[in-house]
Design a protein around this ligand. Structure first.
Ligand SMILES: *[C@@H]1O[C@H](CO)[C@@H](O)[C@H](O)[C@H]1NC(C)=O
Ligand SMILES: *[C@@H]1O[C@H](CO)[C@@H](O)[C@H](O)[C@H]1NC(C)=O
Ligand SMILES: *[C@@H]1O[C@H](CO)[C@@H](O)[C@H](O)[C@H]1NC(C)=O
Ligand SMILES: *[C@@H]1O[C@H](CO)[C@@H](O)[C@H](O)[C@H]1NC(C)=O
Ligand SMILES: *[C@@H]1O[C@H](CO)[C@@H](O)[C@H](O)[C@H]1NC(C)=O
Ligand SMILES: *[C@@H]1O[C@H](CO)[C@@H](O)[C@H](O)[C@H]1NC(C)=O
Ligand SMILES: *[C@@H]1O[C@H](CO)[C@@H](O)[C@H](O)[C@H]1NC(C)=O
Ligand SMILES: *[C@@H]1O[C@H](CO)[C@@H](O)[C@H](O)[C@H]1NC(C)=O
Ligand SMILES: *[C@@H]1O[C@H](CO)[C@@H](O)[C@H](O)[C@H]1NC(C)=O
Length: 562
């Protein structure tokens, strides 16, 4: 096991650079027709430094392989030689090493390959070599130590790229004589590929080819990139007490010997809490970038973890770089509040709407009462009456309830209590006046038209001048004058009513009078009157004398008009 100890500050990290080389059955490869020499892997054990005898066996055989130099397969200088290898030689071989006191043995697996179709090599037995682009790189023809010529003359090595000679004509490629290597200047990505080197080995007067094929990988040169933290970036994260957090620190760089490490409370995190167990890792990324990282687990966040910043450091060009992360307990659940708030807001709006729907009339009336004085006098619309009251006036002597309502109750509530100014047909008009022209004139001076309907209402509201009246209502409705329809009792049959009345009923509805005409006192605060007042124009309370004065003025002006 080969390990590298790296010392950074006070931090010692154990990084395995190679995987264990001890194979249970070690594999060896050779091309058919080529010679090969196999060493026993056990030989490297230090205990065997002194005197030992080595014996090779073919799998399953008790007879040691000969040391006779002329044999195609023989043992020489502790190596097992195949000169040359044949396809049948594939299989297991054992080497036994016997020292004075102890012995050891190992099995190896020899694989004899044929060239791939049309190629000078077999793709399964390539040596991978890596060079960086834009740099000087080299291709090495490996494992030729055992094939020195008998006269110890350096063998001549021929080179091929994709099995074709001639690539050395490119000036960037320089043959490094004696080193069995080719130097490449200004390596470019196009230089990647399969390079084959071949030498001729002469043994016992016969010549054999020994070839090696290298797969050259060209890595794009690392950008001249300053290492920087990917994470953390001096940030805070919210974690709940007792939760599991993986604390990760990542640095990206163009070099691959950067080692970030964590510190907290001026010490290593493992000293702070032995359960943290910091781990280093490194990962190659495309374009020559390396991500170096270090992480540890906080399996259960404790209160002490909230108290310190966790610093991640790395050293680059003898300068220390630092970034930290701070753990914090989660803030109050804002989302919950928002949802709760939203729901209650919707609910509040809903309730408000319902309340408004139910108490709309009271609210409007209250508003008119309480706010009117502050609103100041509205610009006058030039109208004298708040409402023009029309009711089924009976010519007979007996009084109907509608007469009582229109002449007694209505003025009592709307005029006396609420200060409205009404024109009641049959009360305000002077006898002898031309009914139609008075009505016409007065209606134009009124803000509302109030029609009182009773089940005994004759088919025409006013027997006289019926046609003209209807024409006038129609015009008014078209003008936009608001109409207040009051039903004295439930009127089931509207079909007998004039067209315009039916239209109003349908469009604006009607207010039903459910009271009793014989009642002594009427209050403006009953539901019925509130409804009526709601439909009446907004009005500041007037004293009775003012109303009387108004009547006088109007009456005289109408008289003059005639
Ligand atoms: C090696 O073999 C030779 C000859 O068989 C023998 O004399 C010698 O003692 C052996 N050496 C060891 C270390 O076994
Ligand atoms: C190795 O020898 C054993 C026992 O003689 C035999 O069962 C096995 O098949 C052999 N393996 C190979 C790869 O020759
Ligand atoms: C080999 O064994 C002898 C006697 O059994 C002992 O004295 C000697 O130390 C041993 N040598 C090794 C290398 O173990
Ligand atoms: C390598 O590239 C540099 C600049 O691009 C050039 O000056 C130099 O001659 C090149 N070397 C070879 C051997 O082509
Ligand atoms: C190298 O050889 C393999 C076959 O072993 C082939 O697939 C590949 O394309 C070759 N590489 C190049 C760059 O030609
Ligand atoms: C060695 O390989 C070359 C090229 O493939 C071939 O021409 C030559 O005959 C081979 N030599 C032997 C001894 O196999
Ligand atoms: C750190 O880098 C590794 C490897 O690229 C990646 O898997 C991991 O998600 C990165 N972590 C953070 C926090 O960026
Ligand atoms: C850290 O936690 C992750 C995810 O739970 C787990 O896979 C990993 O093994 C843990 N590492 C250590 C060192 O405990
Ligand atoms: C993060 O904090 C460290 C130490 O507090 C400081 O040296 C570093 O400059 C900060 N980095 C950034 C990006 O703010």
């Amino acid at each position: 096991m080969t390990s590298t100890f790296l010392l950074i500050g006070h931090l010692i990290l154990l990084i395995p650079l190679f995987s264990a080389e001890e194979c249970i059955v070690c594999d060896y490869f050779v091309l058919v027709g080529e010679p090969t020499a196999i060493s026993c892997p056990v030989i490297t054990l230090p205990a065997l430094h002194s005197d030992y005898n080595m014996t090779w066996y073919k799998n399953g055989s008790n007879t040691p392989i000969t040391t006779e130099k002329h044999a195609r397969i023989h043992v020489r200088k502790g190596l097992l030689w195949f000169i040359p290898a044949t396809l049948e030689d594939s299989g297991l071989y054992e080497c036994e090493v016997r020292g004075l006191n102890r012995s050891n043995q190992k099995t190896i697996n020899l694989k004899v390959f044929k060239n791939d179709n049309g190629l000078c090599f077999n793709g399964k037995m390539k040596y991978e070599q890596v060079v960086n682009s834009a740099n000087i790189g080299n291709i090495i023809c490996p494992d030729l130590e055992n094939f020195k010529d008998e006269d110890n003359v350096k063998p001549e090595v021929h080179w091929y790229k994709e099995c074709k000679p001639g690539f050395l004509e490119d000036k960037r490629f320089v043959l490094a004589e004696g080193e069995n290597a080719v130097l490449i200047h200004n390596v470019s990505v196009q230089d990647k590929g399969n390079y084959t080197c071949r030498m001729v080995y002469t043994y016992m007067g016969k010549q054999y080819n020994v070839s090696r094929t290298m797969s050259l990988v060209v890595k794009e040169s690392p950008l001249q990139m300053r290492p920087e933290f990917i994470y953390p970036k001096n940030n805070t994260i919210e974690v709940e007490l007792g939760s599991h957090v993986v604390m990760e620190c990542n640095v990206s760089s163009g070099i691959n010997s950067l080692i970030p490490y964590w510190e907290v409370n001026d010490g290593y995190v493992d000293d702070f809490d032995s359960t943290y167990r910091e781990q280093f890792y490194e990962k190659g990324m495309p374009h020559g970038i390396t991500v170096a990282g270090t992480k540890f687990n906080i399996s259960k966040v404790k209160v002490k973890d909230y108290a310190y910043k966790f610093f991640c450091h790395f050293i680059y060009e003898s300068q220390q770089f630092t970034s930290y992360i701070k753990l914090e307990p989660p803030a109050q659940n804002i989302q919950g509040y928002l949802i709760g708030g939203g729901v209650s807001l919707v609910f509040l709006v809903f309730v408000t709407l319902i309340i408004y729907k139910i108490f709309k009339i009271d609210i409007v009336l209250w508003y008119r009462n309480s706010c009117h004085p502050f609103l100041g006098e509205k610009a006058s619309d030039g109208k004298i009456y708040d409402a023009y009251v029309l009711y089924p006036k009976n010519r007979e002597s007996c009084l109907y309830s509608s007469d009582i309502f229109a002449l007694k109750i209505l003025p009592e509530v709307l005029e006396r209590q609420c200060g409205y100014n009404l024109f009641i047909f049959g009360r305000n008009d002077l006898p002898g006046e031309d009914m139609v022209s008075v009505a016409d004139e007065t209606l134009k001076q009124s803000r509302r038209l109030m029609i009182i309907l009773a089940s005994e209402t004759p088919s025409c509201l006013l027997e006289d001048a019926c046609e003209q009246q209807l024409a006038m209502y129609n015009a008014l409705i078209r003008d936009g004058t608001q109409v207040i329809l009051i039903e004295m009792d439930e009127i089931l049959d509207y079909t007998s009513m004039p067209e315009s009345v039916r239209y109003i009923k349908q469009k604006h509805g009607a207010i039903q009078w459910k009271g009793d005409v014989s009642e002594k006192s009427c209050s403006a605060n009953t539901k019925f009157w509130k409804n009526v007042r709601y439909q009446m124009p907004s009005k500041k309370k007037m004293s009775h004398s003012e109303i009387y004065l108004l009547h006088q003025t109007l009456n005289s002006s109408t008289t003059k008009g005639n």
